[in-house]
Every structure is written in structure tokens, then in C-alpha cells.
Design a protein around this ligand. Structure first.
Ligand code: COS
Length: 379
């Protein structure tokens, strides 16, 4: 058993941490306030190679391992969870499905652009009547000559408005249940593809989230991803990777909450001593540090398993379930340690609390993760 990170993984952490502290953290509060993701920030992240970090060099990527990517999401999220999820959506949900399931032609057509950040990726699964029950989607794709005609709508789609591509899941045969769902690479500039207004969210306010509408969107036959009927499998396989990255996002939020709380506890004086001299505060910090370590172990282990080529369904669900609940709990504790000051926006800890909550919900709620874990245990 070796818990050491490789030189490359350490380098990625150092590089992303420096960038995040210098370029992302100072503007995170303003991005949250305005609900805006600056395109020039995404361009800088692209220049660093982070948008193509897992893509092979042959397609213009950095050919890094999955754990390096996970560390990058953690470090970005430590500065700004909105930036973390924007990168996560692009890589795990917009790029990885093409990498894992695409034809050579699809890879050559789309991966270089995605790796360079010239194309931004997204993923359209959720619908008004299909959230946790992902198989209940109602959007349809019907063959029509050389193309598929896509109709329907999606909601809560990350990177909407920013994305050039969307991996869309649609029903191609209602009678077959999960085996009647297919995946398509859809260019968002295609006529009939429209993006609704941006949602006003509780947290990750700078990340783009909107509904999508498909009105006879003509998708070339060549843009079917995988085989007809393979969409559900592609979606869940992609979500396995995505869930590890959301665990990393939660970990970054939790780490930031702990760092702030520890620093503040040493500075804030009450009853003639720093509040860190009180056991009540010490216990909170001890619990926080332990939970962060446990969350990091689960998350890095899931990423490591993926790098070994193992199936990570259970490990990913455990990492996401644990890390997201830890982020919610720890960010609330950090506000508690700050007391009244924590409730004030300008101190930046209340944002962590708002940002943390979504990690328990998207890419499968905590309850869904438990269903997935139990399903694997009782197989
Ligand atoms: N990787 C690859 N294939 C998978 C898979 C995975 N992780 N999980 C399931 N599959 C395959 C199964 O092998 C099965 O294939 P066959 O029909 O060929 O046997 C098929 O998918 C159906 O599997 P299963 O019966 O286990 O699926 P369920 O309908 O029971 O899945 C859950 C139910 C709840 C697990 C699923 O719907 C889910 O994860 N929902 C949450 C979705 C989600 O995360 N939504 C958030 C929006 S995305 S941001």
C-alpha cells in the first residue's frame, strides 16, 4: 500500500493551488454575487491544460491520470466551487463519454477542441419528470433519413449557455425501458436547440445552470454515441466518474471551511484568550480534520481504482455520499466557529455553506448513492 502521490500529481496540486489562490479565490465572492462565470477565467484554465487533463496526447490532451484531475477539481473548488463544477462538467460529463464510448471519427472531431477548451462540454440527462429516476426521460430521438430528430426538454443542466456540445440522453424506444435510451453528441448551435434562462441558485451561483429545449433538432447519424439503446449505461458509467469529481469538489469546499475556521479560531479572542483555547472549539476542529481525511481517502481511493481500470460504481458512490455530507456539516461548523461574523457575507464562510449543499444533490442524491452502494453489496 502506497499513499504517496506521484511527482506529477504533486505538481498538478502545486500548479492548480497557486493558480486558484492567485486568480480564482480573490474574485470568487464577486462571481457568486453576480452569478457570473468570466469567460476569460475559463480561457486561463484551458491554457493550463486542465480542460483536457484526462485526454490522451494523441487528441491534444495532457494524458494525465484520473487522480491528477481529481486533485485539480479539489484545488479549484477550494477557491471557488462554481469554477470546480464548471471544469468537472466539461471533463467528466462532456468529454469523458466521448473518450470512453466515441468512435475514432467522433474522437478526432471533438476531443482536440474539448481538450483545448475551444469547445465546452455539457451533459443533458435530467428532465422535469426524470431526476433520481433517470430512466423516466421523455425526450425522444427518432431516425429521419441521415439524422435523428430530437424533441423534448431538459432541466438543471450545468454549463448551459457556455457549452458548445451537449451529450443528450433521449428515448429511442419507449418499450425497452433503460435499454430504450440512447446518447447523442449534440452541437448546441444546431437549429431548434435553445437554452432557457439561467437559474437563480442558492449556491454555486457563478456556475451556469439552465433548461434546454429541443424542437426538431437534427442530429447527424454519426453523432449517436455508442450503440442504439446504450445510453443509460453510458450515462451511469459517466456519472461514476463524475461522482468522484463531485466528491473532490465537496472536499475542496470542506478544506476551505476548515482552513478558515482554524485560522479564525486562533485570532478571535473572547474571555481573554483565543477561542481555540476552548475545548468546545478544539473538538469541532478535531472532528473537521478527521472527516476531511476520511473524505479524501475515499475520494482518492476511488480515483486510484479508476486509474487501475477497475469498475468504481461502489467506490464513487461511497466517496460522493461521504464527502458531500462532510462538506455540508463542516461548512456549517465553520460558520458556527465564526459566530455572528460567519453569518455576514463578506467573510466568505456562508458561501461555503451555500455551495456545499448541492454536492449532496446533483449527480445523484445521497439517497441514490446509498441505493447504488446497497445494490453493489447485495448483488
Ligand atoms: N455503469 C455502467 N452500467 C451501469 C451502471 C454503471 N454504473 N449502473 C447500471 N448500469 C447498467 C446495468 O448494467 C443495466 O444494464 P443491462 O440492462 O444491460 O443489464 C442497466 O444499466 C440498468 O441498471 P439497473 O437496473 O441497476 O438500473 P436502475 O434502473 O436500477 O438504476 C439508479 C437505478 C437509481 C441507480 C439510477 O437510476 C441512478 O443512478 N439514478 C440517479 C441518476 C442521477 O445521478 N441523476 C442526477 C442527474 S445527472 S447530473
Amino acid at each position: 500500500m502506497n499513499f504517496n502521490l506521484t511527482e506529477e500529481q504533486e505538481m498538478v496540486r502545486q500548479m492548480v493551488r497557486e493558480f486558484a489562490e492567485k486568480e480564482v479565490a480573490p474574485r470568487a465572492a464577486e462571481m457568486d454575487e453576480r452569478g457570473e462565470m468570466p469567460t476569460e477565467l475559463i480561457e486561463k484554465i484551458a491554457e493550463m491544460g486542465l480542460l483536457g487533463i484526462t485526454v490522451p496526447e494523441a487528441y491534444g490532451g495532457g494524458e494525465g491520470d484520473f487522480l491528477s484531475y481529481i486533485i485539480a477539481v479539489e484545488e479549484l473548488s477550494r477557491a471557488c466551487a462554481s469554477t470546480g463544477v464548471t471544469v468537472e462538467t466539461h471533463v467528466s460529463l462532456g468529454t469523458e463519454p466521448i473518450l470512453n464510448w466515441g468512435t475514432e471519427g467522433q474522437k478526432q472531431k471533438y476531443l482536440p477542441g474539448l481538450a483545448a477548451g475551444k469547445l465546452i462540454g455539457s451533459f443533458g440527462l435530467t428532465e422535469p419528470n426524470a431526476g433520481s429516476d433517470a430512466a423516466a426521460i421523455e425526450s425522444t430521438a427518432v431516425p429521419d433519413g441521415d439524422s435523428w430528430l430530437l424533441n423534448g426538454s431538459k432541466i438543471f443542466i450545468s454549463n448551459s449557455g457556455l457549452a458548445d456540445l451537449c451529450i443528450v440522453l433521449a428515448m429511442t424506444d419507449q418499450t425497452l425501458g433503460t435499454r430504450g435510451i440512447s446518447a447523442f453528441i449534440v452541437e448546441t448551435a444546431t437549429p431548434g436547440f435553445s437554452v432557457g434562462r439561467q437559474e437563480e441558485k442558492m449556491g454555486i451561483r457563478a456556475a451556469k445552470t439552465a433548461s434546454l429545449n429541443f424542437d426538431n433538432v437534427r442530429v447527424p447519424r454519426d453523432n449517436l454515441l455508442g450503440q442504439v439503446g446504450e445510453g443509460f449505461k453510458i450515462a451511469l458509467h459517466s456519472l461514476d466518474g463524475g461522482r468522484v469529481a463531485i466528491a473532490a469538489q465537496a472536499l475542496g469546499i470542506a478544506q476551505s471551511a476548515f482552513d478558515k475556521a482554524r485560522e479564525y479560531a486562533g485570532m478571535r479572542r473572547q474571555f481573554n484568550r483565543p477561542i481555540s483555547a476552548f475545548q468546545a472549539v478544539q473538538f469541532m476542529l478535531a472532528e473537521m480534520a478527521t472527516e476531511i481525511k476520511a473524505a479524501r481517502m475515499l475520494t482518492y481511493h476511488a480515483a486510484w481504482l479508476k486509474d487501475q481500470g477497475e469498475r468504481i460504481t461502489e467506490a464513487a458512490a461511497m466517496a460522493k455520499y461521504y464527502a458531500s455530507e462532510a462538506a455540508t456539516k463542516l461548512s456549517s461548523k465553520a460558520v458556527q466557529i465564526y459566530g455572528g461574523y460567519g453569518y455576514i457575507r463578506e467573510n466568505g464562510v456562508e458561501r461555503l455553506m451555500r455551495d456545499a449543499k448541492i454536492t449532496e444533490i446533483y449527480e445523484g442524491t445521497t439517497e441514490i448513492q446509498k441505493i447504488v452502494i446497497a445494490g453493489q453489496l447485495l448483488r
